[in-house]
Write a new protein. Structure first.
Length: 372
């Protein structure tokens, strides 16, 4: 049986823009080595994934289908993103680790691609992750902390960056471009807002953030909601919108159905003046285009990128039922400064983004070592 397939596994088919952006860039990189017909993506929504990207897609939960394509694969790619983590349970580690074990049992070469490790709080998660990473032919990791953990296990890998740094911006529809032009006609900046449920960012935090926006943003500022994963993000954005509108301000919603690919989101976000965001890839897409950000670090991966790019961070006490006056004053000062000094923050973003793109180029180079 000919081994001509490349099988890709990640958090795909869950309507999460960040992971879909990783997949879109990965498929571009794989085009050097295989046709779209030879690429198989394991997905939670295989029909949608196949239509969107023009590849074969198999249900990630259907083991018989996975085994069939894995037996015909010359390479199995696990990644990218934060797959090996146990923030809620060890289930993610067991699932993705199990696929790596299956690939090796079937004699398929394996690459762990552009992943970020952790959090790994449970001993079983650390043990399993170390064991399956030891099975990989090549490993690329997207941050120095993950690399340090790998090396502490006595394993070698390549320090790279998130693949989305290499994603090329895609064209917007004429109607969406027209809508953005109208929003830009005002005197104030265009401010993108990315929120999500969870991370201890409570309703009280969201309402306090709306009050901070109302007080900090200059006259004419335009706020646009950015739901990167609709199911988790829309409820949080709705709470913000309700409070923001109670204070007499307009919250703008765009027709995101016109954005069929993550690369089009990159164009949209790149046209903003500043992004306030929780989601990692709302920040990466903004920074990649030289757009300054204010982060809400619900996860260490968000903290790391804010520190790396010297961008502002709205720190908060998790699950708080009320927000202190001191905390609100801090947020107000941070947001005002970030808006007023956004040219300086933008310059920092552009400089560091160039370095990230250079590192991200290592991902396809390592891939080539296996497929050569």
């Amino acid at each position: 049986m000919a081994r001509n397939l490349i099988v890709v596994s990640g958090y795909y088919g869950f309507d999460n823009l960040g992971d879909e952006a990783i997949l879109e860039e990965l498929l571009v990189e794989l085009s050097q080595f295989a046709s779209r017909e030879e690429i198989v993506v394991l997905s939670n929504a295989p029909g949608a994934t196949a239509r969107k990207y023009g590849v074969t897609s198999v249900d990630r939960w259907q083991m018989s289908g996975i085994m069939k394509v894995m037996a015909r694969a010359r390479l199995f790619i696990s990644g990218g993103g934060g797959l090996f983590q146990d923030s809620q349970s060890a289930g993610s580690v067991i699932y993705y680790g199990g696929l790596i074990c299956l690939a090796r049992m079937l004699g398929t070469k394996t690459m762990i691609y552009a992943q970020g490790l952790g959090p790994l709080r449970r001993p079983v998660s650390k043990f399993c992750t170390k064991a399956v990473f030891n099975l990989a032919d090549q490993i690329t990791l997207r941050d120095a902390k993950s690399m340090a953990l790998l090396q502490s296990w006595g394993l070698n890998g390549h320090l790279t960056e998130d693949p989305v740094w290499l994603l090329k911006a895609g064209p917007l529809s004429e109607s969406l471009k027209s809508r953005l032009v109208k929003l830009k006609e005002g005197k104030g900046p265009l401010v993108g807002l990315s929120l999500r449920q969870g991370g201890g960012f409570s309703r009280a935090h969201i309402e306090a953030l709306a009050e901070t926006f109302a007080a900090a943003l200059p006259e004419g500022a335009v706020v646009i909601g950015l739901p990167l994963q609709k199911e988790l993000d829309e409820p949080a954005l709705a709470i913000f919108a309700e409070r923001f509108q109670e204070l007499g301000h307009t919250f703008n919603r765009l027709d995101f159905k016109e954005l069929s690919l993550p690369s089009q989101w990159l164009t949209l976000i790149g046209g903003l003046d500043i992004v306030v965001g929780m989601r990692l890839h709302s920040l990466i897409m903004a920074l990649s285009a030289g757009v300054p950000v204010v982060g809400i670090a619900y996860d260490p991966k968000v903290s790391r990128i804010l520190e790396q790019f010297e961008q502002a961070n709205l720190t908060y006490e998790r699950e708080a039922e009320s927000i202190s006056a001191t905390e609100k004053d801090d947020w107000l000062a941070i947001l005002r400064r970030s808006v007023q000094e956004r040219a300086a923050y933008s310059k920092k973003a552009s400089q560091e983004a160039s370095r990230c793109r250079e590192l991200a180029c290592q991902n396809p180079l390592v891939m080539a070592k296996i497929l050569a």
